[in-house]
Design a protein around this ligand. Structure first.
Ligand SMILES: [Zn+2]
Length: 89
């Protein structure tokens, strides 16, 4: 696998970056989960939000960028633990 590519935390398949968009109204309940400010400007009404997600080519699952980074951090930690165990032998 090329450097910089990300792996699926579930099946290990290659992840593709995809653009996801959604229209959220600034008055809706859902709006609390989103950042409606763009620089100095706060957006009102129906706002089209666009973000990046990862999609697995193998199992077709979708992951947020945070999910993937957290999973990779966990994996690195687990690998480090495994290495330590071997060293102790
Ligand atoms: Zn997968």
């Amino acid at each position: 696998m090329k450097r910089g590519n990300h792996c699926c935390p579930i099946c290990g398949g290659e992840l593709k970056k995809i653009k996801v968009s959604k229209i959220v109204n600034s008055e809706s309940e859902e709006a609390k989960d989103w950042d409606f400010s763009s620089g100095e400007v706060y957006m009102y009404g129906d706002v089209k939000l666009i973000w990046t997600e990862f999609s697995c080519e193998k199992c077709d699952r979708k992951f947020s960028v945070d999910d993937v980074y957290n999973a990779e951090r966990e994996l690195k930690r687990a690998k480090r633990r495994a290495t330590k165990k071997i060293e102790r032998k």
